[in-house]
Design a protein around this ligand. Sequence first.
Ligand SMILES: [Zn+2]
Length: 79
Amino acid sequence: MRRYTMKERRETETIFCNGCGKEIKIKDGVIREGLLSVEKRWGYFSDKDNEVHRFDLCEECYDRMVSQFVIPVEKENEV
Ligand SMILES: [Zn+2]
């Protein structure tokens, strides 16, 4: 969940983790911790045709979510 201030352009003012509600650290417009941001437009063959869902998760909530996966997340280190 994000709140914005209206200036000449839209800037992120605060971000809250949708999972636990904690405020994500932002300084000088830069996110200072691990964050997963998701935006999903559901398609015709879903039960949510044309709905757009958005959420942000802190790293702890991300770790908790993926720990419930039956098949682990694929991991790769970019050089
Ligand atoms: Zn969280």
